[in-house]
Ligand binder design. Sequence first.
Ligand code: FNR
Length: 375
Amino acid sequence: MGIEPIAPEAEHAPRAGASAGVAGRRAGAVCLADYEHLAGDLLPEPLRDFISGGSGTESTLDGNRRALERVRITPRVMAGVEVADPTQQLLGTAASLPVAVAPMAYQRLVHSEGELELARAAAVAGVPYVVSTLSSVPLEKIPGDCWFQLYWLRDRRVVEELVARAAGCSALVVTVDVPVMGRRLRDVRNGFALPDGVVAANLETTKEAHTAVPGLSAVAAHTQSAFSPTVSWSDLEWLRRRTELPLVVKGILDPRDARRAVEAGASAVVVSNHGGRQLDGAVASIDALPAVVDAVGNEIEVLMDSGIRSGTDVLKALAVGAHGVLVGRPLLWALAVDACDEAFGLLRTELTDAMLLAGCADLAAVKELSWRNDG
Ligand code: FNR
């Protein structure tokens, strides 16, 4: 099993002169959000659309950003803080930021080493990396402190095999918002398909399973054939009995579902609408967060994702009640321009700057900040 706790720094040190991103050059980014433009200018349009797109009219995709913009923080002053401490325990393990890398499929689409490179940089940065079921590199090869993200597959034996293979990871993240894949119209219009050489390396799949059919992109067609739409809470209880790992339920928006997750034995939930890629019209994650925190925040960790683009957004999510956040697309864009180390550095700077400007020495102080929704 190639998965170890956070490995020694030397092993994951930044590689000199590396330039294997599809977009192929180091970026001159001054903030985390810059990578979208730097990578987007260089990637082929169908690939850019696959990453940036949402489902349907993309109202939830846009709504995530609008909702985060509406959150306003009241900073504290005269706090006498010179250095802000952004460290956080995530599922019992020390992380250098209140951040994990969101699971994202097929990272070799944007970088020849794909998941290996983003996970290496996450290990150097001291943040957990979530390996997707649809990783383009086998999960045993991923370096650093990994959580494994599980999609519920129709074939129960494959689920059991994946859970057994994930035993060396430090958490199991079950994504529960994909009974079917949201209709991502950009991908349908573009006839998006995986190029030769990029495969779901954790699964035994065929080229045929990844072929577009009318109305479905190749990726959606594979999901439809492989994922179980009938997964339910009893399956989560079944899973709880089969693994010792902390269970994280990703894709919760309703506090009643958060309670069900607690009852099924979850250690954390991720308040998420999948970055606007599933139900178009779903509530923004940041708007759904307070009710979920009220319902379960005293019992389990409540994480949040969808729309986080800066350290200030991380501060906002924590002030609103999240214990930590998952960051998705910005890190994939950074991978495409081979600038993962720089991206984690910018995210850290942005968060610690925001903490200092809000008068917060640590994340406990961030939780005490006043905020309001300017909507
Ligand atoms: C995802 N997401 C995702 N989620 C998951 O549970 N398993 C997966 O394999 C994937 N794959 C994936 C691919 C791509 C290209 C994207 C953009 C997203 C969703 C992801 O984990 C996360 O919920 C969102 O990306 C969070 O939103 P932001 O940070 O991208 O706005």
